[in-house]
Design a protein around this ligand. Structure first.
Ligand SMILES: [Zn+2]
Length: 542
């Protein structure tokens, strides 16, 4: 019986990402159902001549915030250069917003607009409506008087542990809420309705397809400060049922959502979700991923837990986001209960704590290849890289941070320690799995931009940033494909192109592994195929 494929993509320069050096190539890809069936010319019902374009496995973002990003797409874009322009945009949105409803914006930078918008100015611009504008860092926001009134902060501020309600010389709040003071808003804005989240998820997914993303890992749902609703899985499931989830998604569950389970004492399942659901439940379209836990804060905000002082803030070393013993116990219990763990750790002191916990977990409750992760792996010493490799831990750094946030990192770390920040090359050299990821919407999440930054490692101001950690174009492409698949333990079906693999692929105008580094980000995505179906085609738009 001879093979008849559904679709043959031909006249292509195919990067299969197979082989020990990931250098495999082919000239055609044949698809049957949702799988690749051949990498050569075979009879097919439909033949698509790609005219010499490049084909690669679909891009996979191993750490992004899909619903959050989708929500920001519907908000007022505040990435402007002046306060007048910012207030104009708020006023414009207010005019089309029904009375009493919120005007929400994101992305302003006080350095670029000459300070934070003041509540009085927001009251005038939005005609008294509730206004909530988030700073580009995510670490602060500013709100109008209508919001302050609902928080009981109209006339006086109050003490908030780990945060600040900013007040003027007379003690009157200005509207600015820093760090944990932002959580005062939670009862007013959370939970988001499932329908709003479905819209946001689809909006994000449509952007992802245009950028070649066929799969992503959503880095925290259900609770904590990162979750949007306690029933967030329902939003993804509803989106999928309605044909509005065109990319594959793995959902990290916020550690706060796991709770003691009442199974049999012999089960060894101290914590988890109801019914014992855990990492891996679901299918290739939508599945539950790791438990997400925060061990420290951010480098720019000086809240990352460091072993040495910040270069630009003597005496400050940041701090852990909880008691060390509690963090360790949460990680060990989740491991014992069968969860993969994804621990946010940016400072080297936080990384030490997480590596200790992973080692203890595996010593006390051995599991084959648990593949626990360290999100960001921000500032890592050589001995930590070696230890992560020995433990089989997957670091998940974001190369785009170097471009968009790197100048601030250089100030916080000083030039010497910058070589330990957001490492790449030394991770591969140590034999570690290296996925590609963005942390979108914290920075631009287009994978080709991320790949360019992996190769260039330059800050926005043009400074070299740990140049010894740079990758080749092929290594960068491998990160965003097979590396991300390995980080999710899915390399048996995703991340490379070979017979039997899921037919997720991207058609590109040029080859990220071959063009000059400064041109990688400008490569066009011509077509994105998910499970054998063309989900985005540049010629048709959509
Ligand atoms: Zn994140």
């Amino acid at each position: 019986m001879s093979l008849l494929a559904d679709t043959l993509f031909t006249n292509a320069r195919v990067r299969t990402l197979t082989g020990p050096d990931r250098a495999g190539t082919a000239e055609a890809v044949a698809v049957l159902g949702d799988r690749v069936v051949a990498l050569e010319e075979v009879p097919a019902r439909r033949v698509v001549d790609l005219g010499g374009a490049v084909v690669a496995p679909g891009f996979s973002d191993a750490h992004n915030h899909m619903a959050w990003y989708g929500l920001t797409l519907a908000e007022v874009d505040l990435r402007v250069g002046s306060m007048d322009e910012l207030l104009d945009r708020v006023a414009e949105r207010a005019r089309e917003t029904p009375e009493g409803e919120w005007v929400v914006g994101a992305g302003y930078d006080d350095n670029k607009v000459g300070g934070h918008p003041h509540r009085d100015a927001l009251d005038r611009a939005a005609d008294g409506r509730p206004v909530w504008l988030r700073h580009t860092s995510g670490h602060m926001c500013t709100v109008s008087s209508a919001v302050l009134a609902r928080l009981g902060l109209a006339e006086r501020g109050r003490e908030v542990p780990g945060g600040v309600v900013v007040v003027d010389a007379d003690g009157r709040p200005t509207g600015v809420l820093q760090e944990t003071a932002q959580e005062l808003l939670n009862p007013l804005v959370l939970p988001y309705p499932v329908d709003v989240l479905v819209d946001a998820i689809e909006r994000a997914a449509r952007v992802y397809l245009r950028q070649g993303i066929t799969r992503c890992v959503e880095a925290g749902i259900g609770g904590g400060w990162i979750g949007k609703s306690p029933v967030e899985v329902a939003a993804y499931q509803r989106a999928r049922d309605a044909g509005r989830l065109p990319v594959r998604v793995e959902l990290m569950v916020a550690a706060e959502v796991l709770h003691p389970l009442a199974g049999h004492a012999d089960d060894g399942l101290p914590v988890g979700l109801d019914l014992g659901l855990r990492t891996g439940f679901g299918d290739d379209r939508l599945r539950i991923g790791p438990m997400k836990i925060f061990s420290d804060g951010s480098l720019i905000g000086h809240t990352a837990a460091m072993c040495h002082d910040f270069a630009d803030a003597p005496g400050e070393r940041g701090y852990l986001q909880g008691e060390a013993d509690d963090l360790r116990r949460t990680i060990v219990d989740a491991h014992r209960s069968g969860w993969r763990v994804a621990a946010h750790a940016i400072g080297d002191a936080a990384i030490d704590l997480v590596l200790d916990a992973y080692e203890e977990a595996q010593r006390r409750w051995p599991r084959p290849d648990p593949r626990h992760r360290i999100e960001h792996f921000g500032v890592a010493r050589d001995d930590q890289v070696t230890r992560a490799a020995a433990l089989g831990v997957v670091p998940v750094p974001q190369a785009r941070f170097v471009r968009e946030l790197g100048d601030g990192f250089l100030r916080a770390l000083g030039p010497k320690r910058a070589g330990q920040a957001y490492r790449l090359r030394s991770l591969l050299d140590a034999g570690l799995v290296l996925p590609g990821s963005s942390d979108r919407p914290v920075v631009d999440g287009a994978p080709l931009l991320g790949m360019q930054d992996m190769v260039e490692r330059r800050t926005a101001a043009g400074a070299a940033f740990g140049p010894a950690e740079a990758l080749t174009g092929l290594e960068a492409l491998a990160s965003y494909t097979v590396g991300s698949a390995q980080a999710s333990h899915l390399e048996d079906r995703l991340g490379t192109l070979a017979p039997g693999m899921l037919a997720d692929l991207v058609v590109l105008s040029d080859d990220p592994a071959a063009v000059a580094p400064d041109r990688i980000g400008a490569i066009e995505v011509l077509r994105t195929v998910v499970g054998g179906e063309t989900a985005w085609d540049a010629e048709e738009g959509g």
